[in-house]
Structure formats: structure tokens, C-alpha cells
Design a protein around this ligand. Sequence first.
Ligand code: PNS
Length: 163
Amino acid sequence: MFNSSKKIAVYPGSFDPLTNGHLDIIHRASKLFDHLIVGVLTNSAKSPIFTKEERVELIRKCTSEYENVEVKMFDGLLVDFVRENKAVAIIKGLRAVSDYEYELQMAALNKHIDHEIETVFLMADIQNSFLSSSIVKELAKNGGNIKGLVPDKIIDDIMKKMY
Ligand code: PNS
């Protein structure tokens, strides 16, 4: 039977900080789903330079024009966050074959935990294929120019954090 309920997706990540690659995925996913929740967490394998609250603020600053995009923070299992928000899909961006192995494992694990939740992979735009939050931090820390790699609105926030 036709189900007219709104389709919600979650785009999870550390976003330390948001890059133009992330923003491109947000833009494209916001067109595919009725509602997109950007889920910000602290990955236990990483030591972020921005607090979770700061990362949420930076993303909100750059996504305010998207009426169907919401930014939230979460802890714990991604699948639990997806369920709590009644989402049907997890969005992941893939930049290169090297991303694929880890993401395939994560998608399979999340599917094992909850069979109803789909992982939807969006291929990164070719011009963002080298881009990551780590690259941005490395460049900024060493006096490189991060213009074009992150939204202009947050360049000052990033540079202030570095010095
Ligand atoms: O931007 P990141 O740090 O690469 O994002 C990784 C993220 C947040 C997608 C991943 O760490 C995650 O899903 N964390 C939540 C905890 C979880 O559900 N882990 C999988 C089962 S152990």
C-alpha cells in the first residue's frame, strides 16, 4: 500500500570541521529526502578540535537556508539515533575506493542491528575527492589557504581555533 509518510534520513559524522565536501552531500541528500538530520557526534577514535556544540553551530551557520535540514548532536549507537528520529536511511559520502571497505563494514553492521534501516551512499563530487576535515586542519595549522575547501562563512572560526 502507498505510504505517504515523510522520508527522513540521517547524515552522521564528526564534522570537525564541516567541509565543502560535507556541504555538497547535505545539499544533494536534502533533495532526495523530505527531511535530513545532520547527526554530530564525537567519534571515540578521534580527538576533535571543536566541541560538539561548536561543530553543530558551524553546520547550522552553513545550512540555515535549507528548510528541511536540521542539525542535532548524539551519543551512542548511530542506529539508535536513526530510530529515535524515525529515519529510514543513513547517508554516507564516498570519496574513493579506500572509503568503501570501512563503509561497507559499517553499513553491513548497521543493517545487522536493524534490518529496516538502509545506508545510502552518495559519491563525492570529483573536485572534493581529496577533501577531508583532517586535510583542512593540517593546511590551516601550517598557514595554508583553506578557501574553497570549507564554506567561506566558517573560515574565520577555523583560523581562530588554530591560532
Ligand atoms: O565523520 P566520522 O568520524 O568518520 O563519522 C563516523 C561515524 C559517526 C559515522 C561513526 O563513528 C558512527 O556511526 N558512530 C556511532 C557509533 C556506532 O553506531 N558505531 C557502529 C557500531 S560499533
